[in-house]
Design a protein. Structure first.
Length: 296
């Protein structure tokens, strides 16, 4: 009888030990998930950019707590707790990524606005500069029209090299009675429409030279006669917006006229044909500078 009682007691102890092993204590994964969820809740980026992900993590943790409180399977509650922890961490990662993307978009928008403002400012500055330059050119043109330009001087400049150009032809020009003709240099401004300054004469009689002209080599000659106006542009490569001069012949009435008004002299220099009017007949050559302009 005593032996049977001892055997029964041992069996009860084994069953008790077995029952304790089937119902373990609180799962630490639940505490970890709750800490992760609290950290995500305190992160303002999560509330702004990952509210849906946070709600999923919170719902998963509630399911795990319900299973643990209602005696559900331990493994199911543990897996839900681990999943809730992962979803809470994912919510923070998503919130950080979206916050960085929003910052990049805002920075790009600010940069575009700054570039647009800079371009607008530069365009305004360029417009102001163009307006000021146009006004300056207008003022300069008015001064040119109003001022009396200095007469062109055919005398030799200091240390200016001179050359002897061969004279190819000489023609004596006799004016009509009671009339004398001469050649003056006139300013032409191609960059200012309407400003030709026909009265701005820069020529003159200096040392026996009345005027000078560069011919084209195609038979173009200096015009003569009553009221005739002729000449060619002095210089090469005259483009738009430049100021240059041209020879213009003018005639006036005088009380008496000499037998010969002037000598129309043709000479060559630098591959071009030049014309000059002198008060005296020239020799076989004529002195010129490096541009072929006559010098005395």
């Amino acid at each position: 009888m005593f032996g049977k009682s001892a055997t029964f007691a041992v069996a009860l102890a084994i069953l008790a030990a077995s029952g304790c092993a089937s119902f373990p204590g609180r799962d630490p994964a639940l505490d970890d998930a709750r800490l992760s969820l609290d950290a995500a809740r305190r992160n303002p980026q999560v509330a702004m950019y990952a509210s849906a992900e946070f709600d999923q993590a919170a719902a998963t943790l509630r399911q795990a707590d319900d299973l643990a409180a209602n005696g559900g399977r331990y493994n199911d509650a543990h897996q839900l707790a681990v999943l809730a922890n992962q979803r809470a961490a994912t919510a923070q990662d998503v919130a950080r990524l979206r916050s960085e993307q929003a910052a990049l978009v805002a920075q790009r928008t600010a940069t575009d606005a700054r570039i647009h403002a800079d371009v607008t400012q530069r365009q305004a500055a360029a417009a102001q500069f163009q307006a000021a330059e146009a006004q300056r050119q207008a003022d300069q043109a008015q001064l040119l029209a109003a001022a009396a330009p200095a007469a062109y001087d055919y005398r030799r400049r200091a240390n200016e090299p001179l050359y002897e150009a061969p004279v190819t032809s000489v023609r004596a020009v006799v004016g009509p009675p009671q009339q004398r003709c001469w050649v003056e240099r006139q300013v032409v401004d191609t960059g200012a429409p309407g400003i030709n300054v026909p009265g701005a004469v820069v020529g003159g009689v200096v040392g026996g030279i009345l005027g000078h002209q560069i011919g084209s080599g195609r038979g173009r000659d200096l015009a003569t006669g009553i009221g005739a106006v002729g000449g060619a542009v002095v210089g090469a490569n005259v483009g738009p917006g430049t100021v240059y001069t041209q020879d213009v012949q003018r005639c006036v009435n005088v009380s008496t006229a000499p037998p010969v008004d002037y000598w129309d002299v043709t000479y060559t220099f630098g591959g071009y044909e030049h014309h000059v009017q002198t008060t005296n007949p020239p020799g076989r050559t004529i002195l010129v500078n490096g541009q072929g302009e006559p010098r005395v």
